[in-house]
Design a protein around this ligand. Structure first.
Ligand code: ADP
Ligand code: MG
Length: 284
């Protein structure tokens, strides 16, 4: 792998102008996390530094329990670092200041709401949408939901309830809900993990299209190396618990990427290299 940033052309066009002295989209500065205290203290994350630029698609891979989800929780300000700093944009991580979209492995749709209503939910909660929701914007917001559902092939399911959808369809809805308020930052924690291989590959395509069209900054946690290689512009590997970043590489393959690429010798060599690195840190 060489060091060549591969931000999609459209993403680059849509990117906000970057002031000369702007900070990266995300910066962990020697951030560590210890849960509990005394005898019961568990170090979930060793002091870790990680910087991400606006518009990057970073995949975080590593052995189970090494602190990947902990990093996502730090970035979304669900937890605070025990030491060090976590900066998002130009300021310390603060839920109020951020427009974050999140999607996790098990979609938690509200069963009494339709898919349209579930996907629309962030607009009722997050400003500035919340403010205008009850005024004249409801129709416009509904259009926005339908545009997204169409993009993931769920046009005909807007009025269905979650229990009427398959696992793959729920994951797609989950992605739509994460994107509906046009987040600047998308945090994904193994969002395709529970799917069969065909559906997963289909959703990788969907995710790539959304990335190219909407240009968010994406932090994806996955243990699927092919997923990381197919989607990400950069891959960081973490060591076993308590984890830290031990490898940080750009993926030079240009977007848009075709799924057949994952069988190319170049791609197989890349994922094999990552696999060996993770096998080593697991056994050390
Ligand atoms: P990963 O997502 O890489 O599998 P996590 O970030 O979820 O790992 O967790 C890292 C380590 O911290 C694990 O060993 C986990 O058991 C521990 N851990 C996570 N959350 C808590 C918590 N709330 N209390 C105590 N230990 C925790
Ligand atoms: Mg996890």
């Amino acid at each position: 792998m060489n060091i060549t940033p591969t931000i999609p052309a459209k993403a680059a066009r849509n990117a906000k102008p970057t002031p000369v002295h702007s900070r990266p989209a995300i910066a962990l500065e020697q951030a560590s996390v210890v849960f509990g205290s005394g005898d019961k203290a568990v170090t979930a994350l060793s002091p870790t530094s990680l910087k991400m630029e606006t518009g990057e698609f970073l995949a975080l891979v590593g052995p189970s329990g090494c602190g990947k989800s902990t990093i996502l929780k730090l970035v979304s300000n669900l937890i605070r670092p025990s030491s060090g700093n976590v900066l998002v944009g130009a300021r310390e991580a603060s839920v109020r200041a951020l427009r974050i979209g999140m999607a996790f492995q098990n979609p938690t749709m509200l069963p009494w709401l339709t898919i349209e209503q579930n996907v629309m939910m962030p607009l009722k909660i997050v400003e500035p949408f919340k403010h205008t929701f009850r005024q004249d914007k409801r129709g416009a917001y509904r259009d926005r939901v339908h545009t997204l559902l169409k993009q993931v092939g769920l046009s005909d399911f807007a009025n269905h309830y979650p229990w009427q959808l398959s696992g793959g369809m729920l994951q797609r809805s989950n992605l739509c809900r994460a994107l509906i308020h046009e987040p600047d930052l998308l945090l994904l924690d193994e969002p395709f993990g529970a799917l069969d291989q065909f559906t997963r590959e289909e959703l990788w395509q969907t995710m790539q299209d959304l990335y190219i069209n909407r240009a968010p900054t994406v932090l994806l946690v996955t243990h699927d190396l092919r997923e990381a290689g197919f989607l990400a512009s950069r891959i960081c590997v973490m060591s076993a618990r308590p984890g830290r970043v031990i490898s940080d590489e750009q993926v030079t393959l240009p977007y848009p990427r075709d799924i057949s690429m994952i069988y190319s010798p170049e791609f197989v060599e890349m994922t094999q290299g990552l696999r060996e690195m993770i096998a080593q840190v697991r056994s050390s």
